[in-house]
Design a protein around this ligand. Structure first.
Ligand SMILES: Cc1ncc(COP(=O)(O)O)c(C=O)c1O
Length: 490
């Protein structure tokens, strides 16, 4: 069911905009949270960049997802890559969701958040033998990406049966969406078994015939930029293949279909568009049997659950003018908005201008560029935007950044990961919770090899660098450390 919509405002051209209660709450809670983090000193000269997460918004999004599928039996898993922050995963685990993980780090994050193995799904195209062995032994569902991986699974299962479901990921090769890098169902995609390649369907059928323990098919057609019709076409092909396999085998060996995630998000407003209801309506139109309960469904949505519930907030450090263009230099750039900075057409972000108290800025609009702190010219999160003229000390908010932005840090210029806070507004009171502390500069230095400060010098002139003392800050002499890499290498 579509959320309630009410008339909200008429813009300068007289176009009426409608806003749902969900979108209005989202906006007002975000504004309250921005003012609160400034008041609390969590965003200011000492901490000029933070990530914010709307806790009620995340729960609203989960509710919208579960409502959209109605009575169809589904395990909704959250794609941890979209926001692998343990308290976020914990919040989602509390809603009854599962979690899709695609690396050892994501698996450990999910376990730390309290997901039980039977609510986990392991994807990833590069699973090691050890990762497979762990997942198979602990009842974590595994989606096998290719025939070589299947041979590894065979070898592991020769030692004992799997505790959880095992599927094969297929690529229905239905084509690309608007962003090539987000399109996983292209002819030459690296993911899954390419179904339209000669002999592929026969090989998949044969794989199931020989392995009674294979009981799922998996397809993730693509993410941002993929129209719902493309996703539905890919799932039509996947469903048809499952039916074909079960018919050829004369038994319903495939009992589950993992239909992936990929619902795109809009970056142009607080409404969700498309909605989960739109997604399910598209499935009903294209592959209605998918929803009739004959298969246990698994979904793996990421971005659509988190993106609109997250905000990056940064202080404006300086403002300047160059070639007639006004530029606000902030602390949010490629390190937290990587995709936007490198592919601005594909990932445009809305920008909000706030004053030094975190209140909406009341000033005439001017065309401005919003720049980040990274040392390359393209480190811009918005170009040529009409915004209230910004001053040093003001706050810039980058909306819809709850997925794949501040949670997927890019360590350019050794910029530290910012703190992340969750917020709720209860009876006009903004409650904040620390989701992640800011990375300290000391941690940055330690993680960049400081414990091995002499390692390369010593390769040239072993143990003669004379730098044997710990300087008490970032480096330390590791030459007597048994875990010293020189002692385990070649
Ligand atoms: C296998 C798989 N499942 C789920 C997702 C989540 O996609 P989204 O965040 O677009 O919903 C991805 C994203 O890359 C993926 O590769």
């Amino acid at each position: 069911m579509r959320p309630e919509r009410v008339v909200n405002a008429r813009d300068l051209r007289g176009v009426v905009h409608v806003t749902s209660a969900v979108a209005r709450r989202r906006r007002s809670a975000r504004e309250a949270a921005l003012a609160r983090v400034v008041d609390a000193g969590l965003l200011g000269p000492e901490a000029p960049l933070v990530g914010l997460l709307d806790v009620d918004g995340i729960r609203d999004s989960v509710d919208a997802l579960t409502a959209a599928f109605g009575d169809t039996p589904v395990l909704h898993t959250f794609a941890a890559k979209a926001c692998g922050l343990v308290p976020v995963l914990r919040l989602l685990a509390e809603t009854g969701m599962g979690c899709e993980v695609a690396s050892p780090g994501e698996l450990e994050q999910a376990l730390a958040a309290g997901f039980t193995p039977e609510r986990l799904v392991l994807d990833s195209p590069a699973k090691t033998v050890e990762e497979l062995r762990y997942a198979l032994a602990h009842g974590i569902a595994v989606n096998v990406d290719n025939f070589q991986e299947l041979a590894r699974v065979d070898a592991i299962l020769a030692e004992g049966p799997a505790a959880g479901p095992i599927g094969i990921r297929v690529n229905p090769q239905v084509g690309a969406g608007a962003i090539g890098a987000m399109s996983t169902a292209t002819t030459t995609s690296k993911f899954g078994i390419a179904l339209r390649d000669p002999g592929a369907v026969e090989a998949v059928v044969d794989a199931f015939a020989r392995r009674p323990w294979l009981n799922r098919l998996h397809a993730h057609v693509g993410s941002q930029g993929c129209p719902l019709s493309l996703i539905a076409a890919g799932l039509r092909a996947t469903f048809d293949l499952a039916e074909h396999i079960n018919t050829v085998l004369g038994r319903r060996q495939i009992t589950g279909l993992d239909i992936g995630g990929g619902l795109p998000v809009n970056f142009d407003g607080d409404e969700d568009d498309p909605t989960f209801a739109d997604y399910v309506a598209e499935l009903r139109a294209t592959v209605p049997e998918l929803l009739d309960g004959r298969y246990r469904l698994v979904t793996e949505f990421g971005r659509s659950l988190l993106a609109k519930n997250g905000t990056i907030a940064s202080l404006v450090e300086y403002t300047k003018s160059a070639g007639g263009r006004r530029i606000a230099i902030t602390h949010a750039g490629a390190q937290v908005a990587t995709r936007t900075v490198f592919m601005p057409q594909a990932w445009p972000l809305r920008v909000g201008a706030f004053d030094a108290h975190g209140r909406p800025k009341d000033a005439p609009n001017e065309i401005q560029d919003i720049a980040g702190p990274c040392c390359f010219a393209g480190d811009l999160t918005a170009v040529g935007r009409a915004l209230p003229l910004l001053d040093p000390g003001d706050v810039v908010a980058l909306y819809d950044t709850g997925a794949y932005y501040f949670s997927s840090h890019f360590a350019y210029n050794s910029l530290p990961r910012p703190a992340v806070y969750g917020y709720r507004v209860v009876d006009d009171d903004v409650r904040l919770a620390t989701v992640r502390e800011a990375q300290t500069i000391r941690e940055v230095v330690q993680e960049s090899g400081a414990p091995h400060v002499h390692a390369l010098v010593d390769l040239i002139s072993p143990k003669s660098s004379g730098n044997s003392s710990d300087d008490g800050r970032d480096g330390r002499d590791d030459r007597d450390d048994p875990s010293h890499p020189e002692e385990v290498a070649v």
